[in-house]
Each structure stands twice: as C-alpha cells, then as structure tokens.
Design a protein around this ligand. Structure first.
Ligand SMILES: Nc1ncnc2c1ncn2[C@@H]1O[C@H](COP(=O)(O)OP(=O)(O)OP(=O)(O)O)[C@@H](O)[C@H]1O
Length: 278
C-alpha cells in the first residue's frame, strides 16, 4: 500500500484535546487509496474530532495527518478542500438558500482566486445532486426540507467537492431505513466507480460490517481494534468497544457478521489487550 497515493489518509501519533478534555491520545492509522473504512466507537470517543483533523478543520496538538503524503495542517483551507470533503452535521441552513445554491457552494475550493465558477462546475454540481438522489429538489429551499432530506443534500454538497477522499460523519443520521441503505449503497458504488477513499462514522455496526472493507474502533483516544469486519466483529468488540453484551453470527446469504445486541453493560469492559482486541 503506497500512502503517498492520491486518496491515502495516514494518521501518525495523532493527539488532540479541547480545553480541559484530552480526546485523541495517539491515533495511528494508515488508510490506503480506495479503501472504505467505517469508524466506530462510543459517543464522545473522538470520531468526529478525528474527521475534522483529517479535513484540516482542526490542528493537532501532536502527531500529524497526511493526505496523499502531504501534511494536512500545512495545506491551505482550499488546498485541503481540494483533497478531502467532509459531510458533517452542520449548522442550520441560511433561510431561503436553495438546494442547488447550497450544493454549488461545495465547488468553492475548485474555483479560481476570485471565486469565479469554472467550466464544468455546473456539470459536477448536477452530478452530485443526481448521485445523492436530490436532483428533484434542486429549486427547493433547504430550510423547508425534512431532516433526512437535508442529510442527503449534505451528501450532495460533499460530493460536489469532487475529491478523492470522502469523510462522512454519520451519513445515515435522520434517514429512514430505505434511505440509509440507499445512501450506503451509493457510497459503495461511487467508491467502486471513482476509486474514492471513504472514511465514514457509523453507529450501526451491522451497516459497518456489511458495507465497509475495514472497521476501525476508537476507545480511550486510541485505535482499539482495526481489521476486516469478519475478523473483528465479535462479542468482545461489542463488550470492550461499544459497551454492549451481544451475539454475532454470519449473515446466511452474504457471510458478513451480524450483531444481535442484548444488553448495555454498566461500562465498556476493560480491553483485554492494550492495543488491539483481534
Ligand atoms: N468544540 C468542542 N469543545 C469542547 N469539547 C468538545 C468540542 N467538540 C467535541 N468536544 C468533546 O470532545 C469529545 C469528542 O467529541 P467528538 O464529537 O469527536 O465525539 P464522537 O465520537 O464523534 O461522538 P458522537 O458519537 O456522539 O458523535 C466529547 O467528549 C465532546 O464532548
């Protein structure tokens, strides 16, 4: 795996804290170009913080993140936004702004120095609207859409950046089951068609196990487990990383592991091995 390839994401000894709260305590992770990785862990374990560091929106306190072999913290905002797009749960939309207008904002990094739209911008925006399944709402104000509809518009906005790397922070939040599957299948398809690298935070371990090539679990500010779903989705992962007692069995058609969570544990069980539980 060449970690200087376009699309590769590497974290080395990554540390970050908010005032009075240490969140990441040394994350080491190497994601090759074209991988589809699910990031899992308890609420507050630092998944969104990791994505924000990888997108260059936060600066590490220690260590670094490399995109295509270049240190993100040294890139300009625009330079980072040409390499990586982040879908996150952002602030409420500007009143009256239409879906088309919002999605075109995703093109800002690709524009010239005076913010001029370039040839092809409209085509890229239109393709992003179609890929996210929101083309029919292009003329509607974003603030008049439901939570689930807005979430798909956020996906379109991230796709409009047309980057090799996509970071998706809970892309299925607010979506009904059908649209959760539709978005995840779209992500899988785009990864296959365009060779995208995708890192997505998902809370549903069954979605992670079915759609991702690899699952990375964070706990206590570090990578607690990292591997193929079939290798690492076990009752131990449920107990030690997600704080749940449960069972795991292979899907009878696809073979991927399916979790049956039974009870929350009082606290996540101590890690059996300091580094990796698989
Ligand atoms: N802007 C901030 N200022 C201070 N603390 C913050 C800030 N953003 C996040 N935190 C804290 O940092 C920790 C990690 O937050 P983060 O959002 O990265 O977690 P997460 O794993 O994405 O959680 P969730 O699953 O709930 O989305 C949490 O304890 C959170 O309260």
């Amino acid at each position: 795996m060449d970690h200087r390839e376009p699309g590769a994401v590497v974290a080395e000894g990554l540390r970050f804290g908010y005032p009075g709260r240490e969140v990441l305590r040394g994350v080491d992770l190497r994601i090759g170009a074209g991988e589809l990785v699910a990031l899992v862990g308890l609420n507050g374990c630092g998944k969104s913080t990791f994505l924000r560091l990888a997108a260059g929106l936060l600066r590490p306190d220690g260590g670094r993140v490399l995109l295509d072999g270049e240190e993100v913290a040294r890139l300009s905002r625009r330079g980072a936004a040409r390499r990586v797009a982040l879908l996150h749960q952002s602030a409420p939309p500007v009143p009256g702004l239409t879906v088309r207008q919002l999605v075109r904002q995703g093109r800002y990094a690709a524009r010239g120095p005076l913010g001029m739209l370039r040839d092809g911008d409209d085509a890229v925006s239109a393709r992003a609207l179609a890929d996210a399944g929101v083309a029919d709402w292009a003329g509607r104000p974003v603030d008049a859409l439901s939570g689930g509809e807005r979430q798909r518009v956020r996906l379109a906005m991230a796709l409009a950046q047309d980057t090799r790397t996509l970071l998706l922070d809970e892309p299925t939040t607010y979506l009904d089951l059908r649209h959760q599957l539709e978005v995840l299948q779209t992500v899988v398809r785009l990864r296959a068609e365009r060779g995208l690298t995708v890192v997505m935070v998902v809370h549903d371990l069954n979605h992670a196990a079915r759609f991702a090539d690899r699952i990375v679990a964070l706990r206590d500010g570090r990578v607690a487990a990292d591997g193929k779903p079939a290798d690492i989705v076990t009752p131990a992962l449920l107990a030690e990383v997600l704080g749940v007692e449960g069972r795991v069995a292979p899907d009878d058609r696809g073979g991927w592991p399916v979790c049956y969570p039974d009870h929350p544990l009082e606290a996540a069980r101590p890690l059996r091995n300091e580094n990796h539980i698989h």
